[in-house]
Design a protein around this ligand. Sequence first.
Ligand code: GLN
Length: 511
Amino acid sequence: MSDELIRLSAAELGEKLAAGDVSSVEATRAHLDRIAAVDGAVHAFLHVEGERALETAADLDRRRAAGEALGPLAGVPIAIKDVLVTKGMPSTSGSRILEGWIPPYDATPVTKVREAGLIPLGKTNMDEFAMGSSTEHSAYGPTHNPWDLDRIPGGSGGGSAASVAAFEAPLALGSDTGGSIRQPAHVTGTVGVKPTYGAVSRYGSIALASSLDQIGPVTRTVLDAALLHDVIAGHDPLDSTSLPMAWPSMADAVRRADVSGLRIGVIKELDGAGFQPGVRQRFHEALELLERGGAEIVEVSAPHFEYSIAAYYLILPAEASSNLAKFDSVRFGLRVTPDGAGTVEQVMSATREAGFGPEVKRRIILGTYALSAGYYDAYYGSAQKVRTLVQRDFDAAFAKVDVLASPTAPTTAFKFGEKLADPVSMYLNDIATIPANLAGVPGISVPTGLAPEDGLPVGIQFLAPAREDARLYNVGGALEQLLVAEWGGPLLGRAPDLTAHELSATEEGAL
Ligand code: GLN
């Protein structure tokens, strides 16, 4: 029973809860049991709130029994990326500098999932301050990919993706500044969505780069992502960049999915050199399926996408260096007082030296340099001009097609340590995902199968014009239906049985 419960999609679990076939306490306990059994090996979670989750679930069951009208995800457990602050629950953003800090309020997306009756299980692991593509930059040790425990689960939101792929949670929240929802989805065989910039409130999301950050769903099916998207999207007066508009139902877009007549543009610059053959093979097979489903596939060019990484790795560090200035030993978390010294500057400097990891320091230095007088125009100013050119590439492409498509990332999951010593090789992972953040447009990653050469999951990315998130759910939902029919079941049904690792030495050590 409990194994069956954890394998249901969130939508299916929601239906069973509504029908009274199962209680939220049972569903929550099943996921907590799963976490206890496999998270020693996976390390998706930084913090699990078992007791509180069971109490929230019991309360929800009582409300349901009293006849309260509840939404489709009420009673379903959820994992939350540690970038989002949670009232009374540790929130570290993967950093030592926030160790021990207990926020006094909930981020708006957390408030919204609570109001929708979802049950927060705990906080998921991530690269420190969401900087990275592998979770190896987490101050608390990496998360392991459930498909192969020696490999990375993507980043920065590897914990959220792995928790969902390992059936520890049916759903999770993530954040995407340059791909941190979509790239982990690609390497773990899950679905990840970066909504339009401003669609979901960033209030209470520990800022990395404020002009790029966006919160979004991490799930096993496109419908689940849509249901969660419908819960978290909407205007929030507490975030001045939040869009004041009413959104159509994303779940309806999935339920009515139909690609006949849809024009899909394949981005020429993201379909060639540097992409693993198996990633491209599955990408083209997915496009063929969509074509058979009635879509029209055309090639489009986005000539400035090749400069996206260079522009992003100036804009992001510039904004991050400013956002991270608030971690000063006075307001939050860690405080290190050097021997016998008392000046505020010495305490700040010792705290930041001890509290930030090497990647965070690298980006603070890069960002401060790029913003400094004399270099501002050459670096930050030029990067902003490239950003405009990337936005124009999107405008030109969307004048011809309804959605764009590319592989979500160049390769399948790499091994731990493979890219750690060379930051630029890590940054190159983001080649396909970054343009969407620079332009503020929405993107989805949907699994397309396993790469033939290594048997690891790969995904396809679709991008739509700003505010047209529903198009992603339409095309993603249609493709998923076609693929699952071809596979004879969901891709994650083929993932290794992690309970075999339950008693391994690593797991015991980690627990
Ligand atoms: N890999 C990207 C980076 O390191 C993605 C970050 C993100 O989306 N949070 O900046």
